[in-house]
Design a protein around this ligand. Sequence first.
Ligand SMILES: [Ca+2]
Ligand SMILES: [Ca+2]
Ligand SMILES: [Ca+2]
Length: 481
Amino acid sequence: MDALLGSIIEDDQDGDNRLSIHDSTEVSDFADPSSYDTDGDGYITEFDFFLKHFDTASSPGQLTQSELEAGMSTLDAQQLLALIDTFGSPNRAGYNDGVIDQYDRYAKIRGEIHIAADVAGWEAGAATSGHYQDHLQGTIVPGHNDTPLTFQSSETGEYELNPEQFDVSSFAALATDDFLAQATANAANHDPSDSDSPQPLGNVVTEAVPFQATYPYDYYDRPVYENMVFRNVKIPKGTNALFINCRFIGVTFIETELDNDDPDYNYAGMQDATGAQKHPDRFVTIDGTDVYDTKTVANNIRFHNCKFEGGVVTDVPEEYTHARNKVTFTGNSGFEIEGSAELSDAEKSLYQRSSLLAPQYSIEMGTFVNPYDSTEVIKLSGTIVAGLIDMRGQVEIDGQLLTTFEPVSDTGPVIGDTSPQFNTTLGYFGAADGDLETEPPTNGLGVIKVRYNKDLPLPDGILGPVEAVPLWDTYFEGGKR
Ligand SMILES: [Ca+2]
Ligand SMILES: [Ca+2]
Ligand SMILES: [Ca+2]
């Protein structure tokens, strides 16, 4: 694999991180290039070496789970097989047939990558340095006649979305109902003999943030709301709740203080595992008042086993403050918009466009510890908007993912030259690989799929940019034609 990467760095001409056996420059290191093309797709890729490495005489040309187990744990083998065997369209050849073979042509990305920076910026930048391929690995398979990788892309500028471009006021206006009144009404239906009934108010749990992280940076005392139904609800600042097995209908609007650009905002009120204050001297000033605990004005929420027949929308604070403004989804949480009996057709299409609209929020999805637990599967559809997002375990997104936070050294929450620590994380990485929150679990890899749906309209509340394409044939002046 190291030799292949070396050849790609030296000889790949088009940036797709694979070597075409029909391009003599790309395969100049190989005496007999086609002999390395195990899957017969005309390219030498990681996948060819993977197929060859694990294949045995027991089922030539096909990798079974037991063949993979020669090089990894049973759970890793199970999940890697599932990941590669079930990517893409269920109608493709070789889909979910229980083996990995030439039909399961794994690629890291199918489509195009556009990068605003130039190559020199990547190769000389403090965050990366060296060859960009050391940091951007895996086969890219573009569509027919498309370009796999474009540096200095003007398209990234055209479609750049800043937090200021999101207007969530129409959603806030829909969330008319009082949170505590709804919670109190739910709790009134508590039946001590029925554990599925709404649980009484007043239960509190203390948990780490991020939840289950090996290296949490804060702890919260969360009020627990269990087995409840909420409708068009506005969750007030400072609620910091844990919702278990709750159903949310319509818009769930999460309020937070907008004035959060003080560098101490993340730190004021931060606690250690014993509950003691980590930075008792830090505070921020909001509307002329000194606030020593910003938990009281922000909202850090966890939804466990919750279903949403509608959208989750947050206020858009000035700055990204991941310790304070965070929404975490765990358990079997997901959106159930299409089949909802509660929503009108117009509401369904509204929330399908905007199932999660959290422009400056930190979003955490999935589990840090149970990558292959069937009770830990998150399913989302539509356009997901977050400040930054971390997805671990088993997550499926059918739609698209937009993140709004651009980390800049010594600006806002980014202390010093730590901008690479503010990233979107898909899957498990250890601290040595730059994920300072956790270490990979020992029991598997997880399966994350992001399937872009180009037909999906962007969510309401985006103020721009809009592209108008003239359809000349549809307009004519000057009488009969
Ligand atoms: Ca190539
Ligand atoms: Ca190949
Ligand atoms: Ca297969």
